[in-house]
Every structure is written in structure tokens, then in C-alpha cells.
Design a binder for this molecule. Structure first.
Ligand SMILES: [Fe+2]
Ligand SMILES: [Fe+2]
Length: 220
């Protein structure tokens, strides 16, 4: 809980400096040092069609992953919201809401279409969260560990790709993905600290595989 409190404090501080979003920062003019009210983009203007397709695909899957995570936590809260575990799940869900809000902004800003499978993810994510939560707190945490492990691996893979391509060019996007990756690792560790491992591996395996499968399909 101490870790959760520290994280909540960190989030509050960043929101205090950037009111509408933790990443909603102002752009600094590098020539004269003045601060403009325009939000900077995390993406550089695309060089060509190939780069645009690569970045669109990355953002589409990231958005789908965050959307799915939100629906999973919604399902968990529907079952466990009134229990002692409720505030813990709510805290992680609040961070997922912030991640999703940021990707919503980026998709809109860069005119990237969300995945066509969003309606499916809406139902499947909620069902995954609710079903694992019906096994109790341990089931919900096993699902959290599986999902967060999957998404942090996914973000690590994207970080490697962008670092190999051009770290200077993708500085802001890398920073965003690393911040979100760190939040996902924290959620993963929170699940482990709350008895996720006491539940059968089957629950973990099913959640992990389902999340990976849906996210892989969400590039369309
Ligand atoms: Fe997230
Ligand atoms: Fe997460």
C-alpha cells in the first residue's frame, strides 16, 4: 500500500503541473526559450508512408492494450469493488484511465484509426476481469500479473524497436512508453504482493494468452 500511496502522490504532483493530463506539457521554443500553450506531439512528422504505417500500427496496438486493461479493471471492480481489495484495484484502474486518455489524444492528434476489434475487446476485457475476480482477490491478482507482464513485455519490445531505429527522432514517444511501462511493471508487482501466486497457473496462463491474442489481433 505504501508503494500505491507513493505512486498516487507522484500522479497528483504531475497532474498539478500538467492539469488536464500528466503528459499534457507545454512546448518550449528552442530558439527563444519562450513557452507556448501548444501541446507538443510525441511523434515527429512522418518521413514517408512506411514510417507512418509503422507508427500507426504501434499506436493502434498500444491504444487497444490500454483499452483492454481498462475493461479488465472495470470487470474486476464490478465484482470486488466493495471489498477490501477495491481501493487497490481502483488505484491501478485510475492509472490505466490516464494511459488510455493519453493514447486517445495521440490517436486523435495524428488521425490514427483505433482497432476495429474495440467492441470485442470491450466485452472480452470486462468478462476476463469479472471472471477472474469471481475466483476472489487471488484470481483478480493473477489476472493482473498476467496482463501487466504481457503489456510491459510489449512496451519493452517497442522500446527496443524505436531505440534501434532512431532514439533521437523518437525521444518523446520513448519517454511516454517507458513511463507507462514502469506503471505496468508496478501493477505487475502489486499483483504479486497480493497473493497472485497462490492461484493456479492455469488462471495466469489463460489470462496471459487471452490478452496477448486479443492485442495481436488489434493491429487491424
Ligand atoms: Fe496501462
Ligand atoms: Fe497496468
Amino acid at each position: 500500500m505504501q508503494r500505491a500511496a507513493q505512486c498516487a502522490l507522484r500522479l497528483d504532483i504531475s497532474r498539478a503541473f500538467c492539469p488536464s493530463s500528466a503528459r499534457n506539457c507545454r512546448a518550449v521554443n528552442r530558439v527563444n526559450g519562450s513557452v507556448s500553450s501548444r501541446r507538443y506531439s510525441v511523434l515527429p512528422p512522418p518521413r514517408d508512408e512506411e514510417e507512418k504505417a509503422m507508427l500507426d500500427s504501434m499506436l493502434r496496438v498500444d491504444h487497444a492494450g490500454e483499452y483492454g486493461a481498462n475493461r479488465i479493471y472495470a470487470g474486476q471492480m464490478a465484482v470486488l469493488g466493495r471489498t477490501q481489495t477495491g481501493p487497490l484495484i481502483q488505484h491501478m484502474w485510475d492509472q490505466e484511465k490516464m494511459h488510455l486518455e493519453r493514447f486517445n489524444e495521440i490517436l486523435g492528434e495524428h488521425r490514427v484509426r483505433p482497432t476495429l476489434l474495440l467492441p470485442l475487446w470491450n466485452i472480452a476485457g470486462f468478462a476476463l476481469g469479472a471472471c477472474t475476480a469471481l475466483l476472489g482477490k487471488e484470481g483478480a491478482m493473477a489476472c493482473t500479473v498476467a496482463v501487466e507482464e504481457s503489456i510491459s513485455e510489449h512496451y519493452n519490445s517497442q522500446i527496443r524497436t524505436l531505440m534501434e531505429a532512431d532514439p533521437e527522432r523518437y525521444t518523446e514517444l520513448l519517454q511516454l512508453i517507458k513511463e507507462f511501462r514502469d506503471d505496468e511493471i508496478e501493477h505487475h508487482d502489486t499483483g504479486l504482493e497480493h497473493d497472485a501466486e497462490s492461484v493456479s497457473l492455469i488462471c495466469w496462463f489463460a489470462s496471459y494468452k487471452m490478452y496477448v491474442l486479443v492485442c495481436c489481433c488489434c493491429c487491424v
